[in-house]
Design a protein around this ligand. Structure first.
Ligand code: HEC
Length: 183
């Protein structure tokens, strides 16, 4: 072999050796954190019972207005401070509060593109409250943690998960229970 070919063979085998070593060492090249700790933070506690707070003002028009806003606010699209109903908590800077996304799954009076994953909540007072099929406690519990009376529900958990606080669940309950004039 002349000098040039020998040099070529030397360098290519060296390169091959480095590649092979690199390939076998890849698992040690980065840290593998124990994911179970991270997952634990994401898990929400199991189905939890809640009692409709005595402080819930189900007939209060301001409460109903806040509930309506949260119900229809899909992916926080209406998040402008100026349009928030009175008494509504303003999301902190940079915080994307998911609000209800209720219309993603439920149809209701005035819904734009109400979803069909959940049952329609139209005429709820007339159909379910006045007929005593449901009461305010049921609706509060359903919104707070729907798993209590239905293990395998597709509905979002709102209070146990701390997506909302108890006051906000009161507002949304008040809105669902309210007899609505619009179609
Ligand atoms: C991902 C879809 C989904 C979202 C989002 C959702 N729901 Fe539901 N909801 C369901 C399904 C499915 C049911 C029926 C099963 C059950 O009762 O858990 C249901 C049931 C209900 C019921 C009980 C109806 C009845 O009388 O049986 C109420 C009230 C309700 N949802 C209100 C809400 C409100 C208010 C929101 C927003 C905070 C909301 N839901 C968000 C899917 C959803």
């Amino acid at each position: 072999m002349n000098k040039r070919i020998r040099r070529f063979v030397f360098f290519s085998s060296a390169l091959l050796a480095v590649t092979v070593v690199d390939a076998t060492d890849m698992t040690k090249a980065y840290e593998m954190p124990d994911a179970s700790e991270i997952v634990k933070d994401d898990l929400i506690p199991s189905a939890t019972k809640f009692t409709l707070p005595k402080t819930c003002k189900l007939d209060d028009l301001e409460s109903i207005a806040r509930g309506k806003y949260m119900f229809h606010n899909l992916n926080s699209k209406n998040d402008k401070k100026s349009t928030l109903p009175k008494g509504m908590k303003v999301p902190k800077k940079g915080e994307v509060k998911p609000y209800g996304n209720c219309v993603a799954c439920h149809n209701i009076e005035g819904a734009i593109g109400g979803g069909t994953v959940g049952p329609p909540l139209t005429n709820y007072k007339q159909n379910f409250i006045d007929t005593k099929v449901r009461d305010a406690q049921f609706v509060y519990q359903k919104i707070a943690d729907p798993r209590v009376d239905m293990n395998e529900t597709a509905m979002t958990v709102n209070l146990t998960s701390k997506l909302f606080d108890a006051d906000e669940i009161c507002d949304i309950t008040a809105y669902v229970l309210h007899a609505k004039k619009e179609k």
